[in-house]
Design a binder for this molecule. Structure first.
Ligand SMILES: C[S@@+](CC[C@H](N)C(=O)[O-])C[C@H]1O[C@@H](n2cnc3c(N)ncnc32)[C@H](O)[C@@H]1O
Length: 364
């Protein structure tokens, strides 16, 4: 018979091992999503409903056996719907909501690209293990092309659907951005692959200059701008924003989910401030990290932020021995302190309801 003293640690161990097992299942499922995304399987399922495993393999040019095994896993996990239990004769379909989450890249629910982050991490893990020993950084290019594409795709729906609403919480800025007689100039710092610049130039009669330190990212951004026919109003340049300002006279300078990645956020904020025109201000979108540590924490967003920091943002930001990136656990008080030290008069938290991001306006 087990006495109370041994039962309690045993129950705790069972619960913890259950948590780790569930995490392992989720990791395997996310890699399955990666295959569905990168091999065009979800797209093919969306375009040809009620398709057999063999026809799906043939239409996507894939091996039949691998495709059938993938479909089985997807059906068991509920990411794909099977018409019956026999894999040889069943037909397959996306479930309700599947197109939005797995195929439509501008849907507010799109999340298939999340699978690119573990793929990129897998590539960088050997360097990360070594970085933990040496304290060195692991630059973004070490994570490979999935890193750039993954982080770009994750924010694209929000910029496409919501960026104009966020701007509307600053009525004077929104008015300035709609002025056709004197088009406003916007600088997008750490612009990634240009989706925010494209959303802004689509919504408002403005010009946008995007700057990013990563040349592969800048190359992608330029392609995206060109494919949207916006090269006359959007420029994208390689620029380290901890260096002196590349240009000035901007009505709005933005940091969209990138200040926390920067090696020297204090310098980047000073750069941003010096880029402003009279009456301009800085708009910051950052992670909605809670005000203080809660551990353990049931909130998946807080768990995501705290766990992704040492894997992704901190190593990418440690570009020099004295670099001090904030990381994704960027609390409002820390951002306010950084802004004050960079000379901003006031840090305002904007009234936007969002489970993942917090929005700030920095007044010079
Ligand atoms: C998480 S991504 C966000 C990109 C984009 N703003 C978006 O939301 O899609 C962070 C970006 O900051 C850029 N970045 C980091 N440090 C930088 C620096 N010192 N100067 C310019 N860009 C930097 C990275 O190259 C990367 O593209």
């Amino acid at each position: 018979m087990t006495d109370q003293k041994t039962a309690e640690p045993q129950a705790a161990a069972e619960e913890l091992s259950g948590r780790i097992f569930t995490a392992g299942v989720a990791a395997a499922e996310l890699y399955g999503v990666y295959l569905g995304l990168s091999l065009g399987l979800y797209r093919a399922l969306a375009d040809t409903p009620d398709i057999t495993a063999a026809d799906l393999a043939d239409s996507t040019g894939l091996d039949r056996r691998y495709t059938r095994e993938w479909l089985q896993g997807q059906a068991v996990s509920g990411f794909v719907r099977a018409s019956g239990p026999d894999m040889a004769t069943a037909t397959f379909d996306l479930p309700e909501g599947g197109r939005e989450v797995l195929v439509d890249e501008v849907s507010p629910y799109y999340l298939a690209a999340l699978s690119r982050l573990p793929a990129a991490l897998g590539r960088a893990l050997p360097q990360l293990v070594s970085a933990f020993r040496t304290g060195a950084g692991v630059p973004l290019p070490e994570y490979g092309p999935d890193a750039v594409a993954g982080q770009a795709a994750l924010n694209r729906p929000a910029y496409h659907n919501e960026l104009a609403d966020w701007i509307a919480t600053m009525p004077d800025v929104a008015a300035r951005l709609t002025d056709t007689a004197r088009p406003a100039r916007i600088a997008d710092l750490g612009c990634g692959t240009g989706w925010a610049a494209i959303a802004l130039a689509t919504h408002f009669p403005v010009t946008v200059d995007g700057f990013d330190v990563d040349s592969a990212t800048v190359g992608e951004a330029r392609l995206n701008v060109a494919s949207h026919g916006l090269t006359d109003r959007i420029t994208i340049a390689v620029q380290d924003l901890t260096e002196p300002p590349p240009a000035a006279g901007y009505d709005l300078v933005m940091f969209l989910e990138c200040l926390h990645d920067m090696a020297f956020p204090d310098r980047a904020l000073r750069t941003a401030r010096s880029m402003l025109a009279d009456g301009g201000s800085v708009f910051v979108m950052e992670e909605a990290a809670e005000d203080a540590l809660t551990a353990p924490n049931d909130d998946p967003v807080q768990r995501f932020l705290a766990n992704v920091g040492p894997l992704w943002c901190i190593p990418q930001g440690r570009t020099a021995p004295d670099a001090d990136p904030v990381g994704p656990v960027i609390r409002a008080a820390r951002l306010t302190d950084l802004a004050t030290a960079a000379g901003f008069r006031r840090t305002e938290i904007l009234p936007v309801e969002n489970p993942v991001f917090r929005f700030y306006r920095l007044h010079p």
